[in-house]
Design a protein around this ligand. Structure first.
Ligand code: NAD
Ligand code: TYD
Length: 410
């Protein structure tokens, strides 16, 4: 059953069962008072919740509709601070349900879509690739088709509309670890940015050919192609951005940073895949949300922008920073949790290095990350330590089963 949670001006949350005629319309009385009606999918997830919060607060003149299936990764508690805002509504729905997408988009006069809903964890995609194809590929296609049908039916057609698809740098595949002759890694390079410490001479740029390796990245690559095909074939105004690894508050503790913070706190082993030599390029989630806001409003239709902070880290080094930070904040002696590091069997098809070149976004739209990594990690670790009830709720029940399945025989 599709449920709709809508927030009236009274500030009370109403949960409505959608079984009568105008069942997909969020708010009969004030829908037309807004300058724009923007659908954000996956808004109850990690990055989506930061985007929803930013838009709800910054644009009281927009109606922000958060559409989410509330899978294991979707959590409305991520939005408890803004759920009473008059310009915010929530719809529980599955993006792969074409009929529901048609109704939701049409009945709410949606003119902009920021699409983040996805299955997002590589390890889960290795175990269950079909769920990734269903949501990431078929779900994106259903959303594209529903938007296209509605927008083409309007007198102004695609004028003033935008389908903005959020993707990942993982679609580009993996980069090598290299260094100029006689120089040790990580080396300082201006090839990408003024103060960049790089683990290789190559970077992902917007024209890098797609070469995904995991079922997750293959499904995201496929969805990116569909989005661009809807522009090229039907003239639909679309945009794609490919971002590097995000970190920050509200990330589900299956991903490296929140998982390890939680394990250090509970003195559980820290399962390092392989030798811990893989390199990721980390961006604070609020900086990604700021980039999405900028690109949604100022980005060039049909274009692609890479988003990243020129911030490459080997996994093992980031793990050491996490250990030091958690131990310091908990008042443990230095080195107290070092022994938790446990090398385990590597992830199948583990991409060696991701590194984003985001100079196009910097040059064309003036975006820069606002935070240095040290500050971002400090804020992140503090947030998880201060919000233990949020972590506890998420890591009870199904999460325990997942953890045992994923790590028991590793
Ligand atoms: P997440 O797993 O935290 O959240 C995904 C959200 O999508 C959840 O709220 C979930 O309930 C919802 N969802 C899943 N299937 C759905 C369906 N069928 N219908 C409706 N909702 C559904 O993911 P995230 O880390 O916030 O990533 C958001 C987006 O950003 C994804 O598209 C991901 O590919 C992309 N991305 C993520 C990162 C990263 O580091 N996390 C980096 C670059 C790009
Ligand atoms: P993750 O957070 O899953 O992001 P992604 O695979 O999308 O980059 O993993 C980040 C890196 O950390 C990746 O190289 C895999 C590694 N990793 C571990 O070593 N142990 C773990 O338990 C997890 C979840 C990840």
């Amino acid at each position: 059953m599709l449920l709709r949670q809508c927030l009236g001006n009274s500030g009370h949350i109403a949960i409505l069962s959608l079984h009568n005629q105008s069942r997909y319309q969020i708010s009969d009385n004030n829908m037309n008072n807004y300058k724009r009606n923007i659908l954000i999918t996956g808004g109850a997830g990690f990055i989506g919740s930061h985007v929803v919060r930013l838009f709800v607060r910054k644009y009281p003149e927009y109606h922000i509709i958060n559409l989410d299936k509330l899978t294991y990764a979707g959590n409305l508690a991520n939005l408890s601070d803004i759920e009473q805002a008059p310009n915010y509504s929530f719809v529980k729905a599955d993006i792969a349900d074409l009929d529901d997408m048609r109704h939701i988009i049409r009945d709410n006069n949606i003119d902009g879509i920021i699409h983040l809903a996805a299955e997002s964890h590589v390890d889960r995609s290795i175990r269950d690739p079909f769920t990734f194809a269903r949501t990431n590929v078929m779900g994106t296609l259903a959303l594209l088709q529903a938007a296209r049908e509605y927008w083409e039916s309007l007198p102004e057609k695609f004028e003033g509309k935008l389908f903005y698809h959020i993707s990942t740098d993982e679609v580009y595949g993996a980069l090598e670890l290299t260094a100029p002759q006689g120089i040790e890694s990580p080396f300082s390079t201006k090839a990408s940015s003024e103060h960049h410490h790089a683990y290789g001479e190559e970077f992902f740029v917007e024209s890098t050919p797609y070469n995904p390796h995991s079922p997750y990245s293959a499904s995201k690559a496929s969805s990116d192609h569909f989005v661009r095909a809807y522009h090229d074939t039907y003239g639909m105004p679309t945009l794609v951005t490919n971002c590097s690894n995000n970190y920050g508050p509200y990330q589900f503790p299956e991903k490296l940073i929140p998982l390890f913070i939680n394990n250090i706190r509970h003195r559980k082993p820290l399962p390092v895949y392989g030798k811990g030599e893989n390199v990721r390029d980390w961006l604070f989630v609020e900086d990604h949300a700021r980039a999405i806001d900028l690109i949604f409003h100022k980005g060039k239709v049909a274009d692609t922008y890479n988003i990243g902070g020129f911030n490459e880290w080997k996994n093992i080094d980031i793990i050491k920073v996490l250990i030091r930070t958690v131990d310091r904040l908990l008042g443990n002696p230095e080195g107290y949790s070092d022994s938790l590091i446990t090398y385990v069997t590597d992830r199948a098809g583990h991409d060696l290095r991701y590194a984003i070149d985001s100079r196009k976004l910097q040059k064309e739209l003036g975006w820069e990350p606002s935070l240095q990594f040290e500050e971002g990690i400090e804020r992140t670790v503090k947030w998880y330590l201060d919000n233990q009830p949020w972590v506890d709720r998420i890591t009870s029940g199904d999460y325990q089963k997942y953890y045992e399945e994923m790590y028991a025989n590793r």
